[in-house]
Design a protein around this ligand. Sequence first.
Ligand code: SF4
Length: 205
Amino acid sequence: MKKVPLIGICRHRLVTDGQGVTTLVAFHDCPLRCQYCLNAQCLHADGIWKQLGVQDILNEVMQDNLYFQATGGGITFGGGEPLLRSREIAAFSKQCPAEWHIYIETSLNVPLQAVEAVAPFIDHYYIDVKDMNPDIYRRYTSRDNRLVQENLLWLASHDYCQKVTIRLPHIPDYNTEEDREKSREVLQTMGFREFDCFDYLYVTS
Ligand code: SF4
């Protein structure tokens, strides 16, 4: 399997997204162009940290195996958009110790095949849906959210809701508390129950 670009590997994270000690494996590239992107290096060619194959990634993170096993932790895949690397995530998950938990932070704005490829391995999803209103979403990300909606429905219809935390941001200048509440209602209707509501802290000049 070919090497893939990463923006970094961050070790010894504690209960940020996922239980126990986790290592974040952050991939380069993203299909979205969020106005307040906090990981802009994942969008630019000069933001690549290293190119690694699946075995290289496994070798890098294996040094914390004992922490993962002792705390019930594991690996969080992020980015950028990790589901652009679904084949590599699936291959990694088959090779890593079975006791490790696998978490993913995703916008879910990818073809369904990418979600299907990793679904058997993911212990918990952290899904940043931005806003469920297509107009707000397009204005904020410069993309449409059709794939996000389809993938959410697929996860719900395959009984994955209990493995999902939906991130619902209040995005200054793009949505309101009322918009966010509407998004939550739509998602609750689909069957999702766990929400992380927060404010993007962004100071306009
Ligand atoms: S989804 Fe994340 S990485 Fe991608 S553009 Fe938006 S904030 Fe940046």
